[in-house]
Design a protein around this ligand. Sequence first.
Ligand code: NAD
Length: 317
Amino acid sequence: APKTVLITGCSSGIGLALAVKMARDKQKRFKVIATMRNLGKRGCLEAAAGVTLNKTLEIRQLDVCDERSIISCINSIPNRHVDILINNAGVGMIGPIECQTIEEMKGVMETNFFGVVRMIKEVLPDMKRRRSGHIVVISSVMGLQGIMFNDIYTASKFAVEGFCESLVIQALKFNIFVSLIEPGPVVTEFETKVYEDAENADYSTTDPETADMFTNLYLKNSKAIFSSLGQTPNDIAEHTLRVISATKPPFRHQTNAVYTPMTALKHADPTGALMTDTFYKMVFKYDTLMHISLKAIKVIRWQARKMRQGVKMLGFS
Ligand code: NAD
């Protein structure tokens, strides 16, 4: 029988691409419950779903910030049976923290962190009882490494990573897999939305130097990075499908190899100096970047050798 897959945040971007890709699976392995907060925005998904609509893909309302909407959506599924939960809904936020209210920050945590917690709390007991299931979370490389002016967004993704890292061991005892997908930049409405917010923001609540750093240095570089290194929602959907299809799904999966060294810096040097030096130079002293990157690679190689020795000493290999 096809597996029931519930995906959150399917009105656009990665969620939409993934819902359609799974619904169109040639081997018909999935029945997709594509959920969204506002059913008024179902048009794009319906168009992309085409003939799969109401066959292998059904659209339902679900707001990850509203427990009642989560419960009523799960209750509407026969036997509340969800084989694969994909936590995709998320919001971004960029800018100097002096320009963001605590309420706005809480909003990001509500969606990106508590949204995931609410969903998992609702499906976990049934998965445990059946002793099977797969919980997937669309995290980010920013769940592994902080990036300037993404303070709160990064914190929300770190929270998700820590939560899943704690849960995964218990879940495995019940034969439930947990997987974090960690994309770098992806060209979706996400990017457009954060830039729109950034353009309309009031920077008078921070000092001129910080405001200039954000609007001139950060925004310009960020746009260049998205256009040169950005992946498509379809790329992320393909990576996610591979993780879901694996016999032993990985706990972590990065979709963009360019970002892997960046996330390794803190592990190579536990004092954090390698990471802070690299990022400082990357942002403020671009010309010395090559030099520091080569040094970083050497340190990472050295550390990897040490780690392998350590693992051997502990008798794990
Ligand atoms: P997107 O804005 O196109 O999609 C996010 C979706 O989440 C939207 O459809 C939005 O309506 C929905 N959503 C927001 N709040 C919700 C709520 N309370 N309940 C239900 N749905 C809600 O952007 P995307 O890039 O496709 O983002 C999907 C996920 O990928 C997010 O978790 C994001 O953090 C993550 N991600 C994005 C990027 C990127 O660069 N775009 C990079 C790494 C990770």
